[in-house]
Design a protein around this ligand. Structure first.
Ligand SMILES: CC(C)(COP(=O)(O)OP(=O)(O)OC[C@H]1O[C@@H](n2cnc3c(N)ncnc32)[C@H](O)[C@@H]1OP(=O)(O)O)[C@@H](O)C(=O)NCCC(=O)NCCS
Length: 139
């Protein structure tokens, strides 16, 4: 198994809070998938979880080695959580096409957040680790 990329990001929770306040549903619907929105909104500190997903999306883009470019939307990277809370990444559209071209078959991600900041890291692999198979719906 080979590591084909790594990525990390740190996001200010306040910045996400301001985007939500200024642009409301437009911002949320543009950046987050329905599953992500439902997950965040059912948490007490919703904004921290939104910020965590923002950081995760940026980290995944870095791990893929593509930047934000034409044909890639924020919603092409989705973070969902398994029963124990572990995040897993689903790629769609532009990011799925790019990953396929690069031979990336699996992205592992980790998220952390506190009152002020959210951080995330991502690792791109050319194989699916056996223990993660059930949480990798995009492969
Ligand atoms: C993982 C854990 C240590 C995180 O601790 P924390 O310091 O309070 O919180 P952090 O801000 O550092 O991390 C939160 C992120 O950890 C991740 N996380 C949660 N559970 C995880 C797990 N089992 N494995 C890996 N990552 C996990 C999530 O991405 C979460 O952010 P999100 O909810 O926005 O997706 C803690 O949640 C834990 O012990 N979980 C065990 C599983 C559990 O108790 N599940 C209860 C539901 S059955």
């Amino acid at each position: 198994m080979n590591v084909l990329g790594v990525g990390t990001d740190i996001t200010e929770v306040l910045r996400i809070a301001q985007m939500i306040e200024r642009h409301g549903e437009l911002f949320i619907a543009r950046v987050y998938t329905p599953a992500e929105i439902e997950y965040c909104r059912t948490r007490t500190m919703a904004t921290q979880h939104f910020a965590g997903r923002w950081a995760a999306k940026e980290a995944v883009l870095k791990a893929l080695g593509t930047g934000w470019r034409r044909g890639i939307s924020w919603r092409d990277v989705e973070v969902t959580n398994g029963a124990a809370g572990r995040p897993s990444v689903t790629l769609r559209g532009g990011t799925a096409d790019f990953a396929e071209k690069m031979g990336i078959r699996c992205i592992l991600a980790s998220i952390s957040h506190c009152r002020t900041h959210a951080t995330a890291s991502a690792v791109a692999l050319d194989e699916i680790p056996a223990t993660f198979t059930s949480e990798m719906p995009w492969v």
